[in-house]
Design a protein around this ligand. Structure first.
Ligand SMILES: [Zn+2]
Length: 257
């Protein structure tokens, strides 16, 4: 009963903030800095692709923490023309292999399939902030941007650490090929983060992948999928981007690869 009440409250809160689909302003150093129209268009593109990534994970939702396919984490690869090329989803349980994160599978499968060496100017949209293994792999194949659908607090800030310059403190310079790491502009990133914090404060262990098997997390992903399927782009130039993303979703295989 308590779970159903939580889902009802959560669904109501999602609907109540649905109108702010694309942020118009950024608050930087207590000043309001207006975004340029190009920023807004690109924020909406990031929102559309984040919604697609959530929808793919929901499509293959695994209710079991360990013993099924894997964690409810996935990602998509997008080229510089905003075409979705491929997706990856976590398979650590099915393959009994801790390296089988969505990003690892996406990058290796796509490079092997296309017979190419690297992914210059491509972006990856992950439903969860990438770990050190996946961030390292993104760096080595020259991914330009990682858009993260939910912050992690345990295996966090991998890409930020690789770009950090601590030479003035006797440390190390930034790693080559810095990958820009940004939070998703989608409201679902914040909702997932808030619900995860509540999950921890209720006495649960801080294991984000366990949270991602709860009915609360599943209901957020379900709502993100509904938003994706009924999305109307604010900017006309993003209509084609959305239509192609929707087509990619509709052509997903029955079984996740
Ligand atoms: Zn990873």
């Amino acid at each position: 009963m308590r779970n159903y009440l939580c889902i009802f409250i959560l669904t109501a809160s999602i609907f109540s903030c649905k109108t702010s689909k694309v942020a118009k302003n950024l608050v930087i150093d207590d000043k309001i800095e207006m975004e340029s129209p190009t920023d807004s268009v690109s924020f909406e593109i990031d929102e559309i692709f984040s919604l697609l990534a959530y929808s793919i994970v929901y499509n293959y939702w695994d209710p079991i923490d360990r013993g099924g396919r894997g964690y409810n984490v996935g990602c998509i690869l997008v080229d510089s023309n905003n075409v979705v090329l491929d997706y990856g989803i976590n398979h650590v349980s099915e393959l009994e292999n801790a390296t089988q994160h969505g990003e690892v599978r996406l990058i290796t499968n796509y490079l092997n399939k296309e017979g190419i060496y690297s992914l210059n100017d491509h972006s990856i949209y992950s439903t969860l902030e990438p770990c050190a293994m996946c961030g390292g792999m993104m760096t080595m194949v020259s991914i330009v941007k990682s858009v993260n659908g939910q912050p992690d607090y345990y295996f966090s800030k991998a890409l930020e650490r690789l770009s950090f310059d601590s030479r003035s403190m006797g440390g190390y310079g930034p790693y080559p090929r810095i990958v820009k790491s940004v939070d998703t502009p989608s409201q679902f990133g914040k909702i997932l983060d808030e619900e995860y914090k509540k999950y921890i404060s209720s006495g649960n262990k801080p294991i984000i992948t366990k949270f991602l098997t709860t009915s609360i997390a599943e209901s957020i992903y379900q709502q993100a999928t509904q938003d994706f399927l009924s999305y109307t782009p604010v900017f006309i130039e993003n209509q084609k981007v959305y239509e192609n993303a929707l087509k990619f979703y509709q052509e997903l295989p029955d079984q996740p690869k």
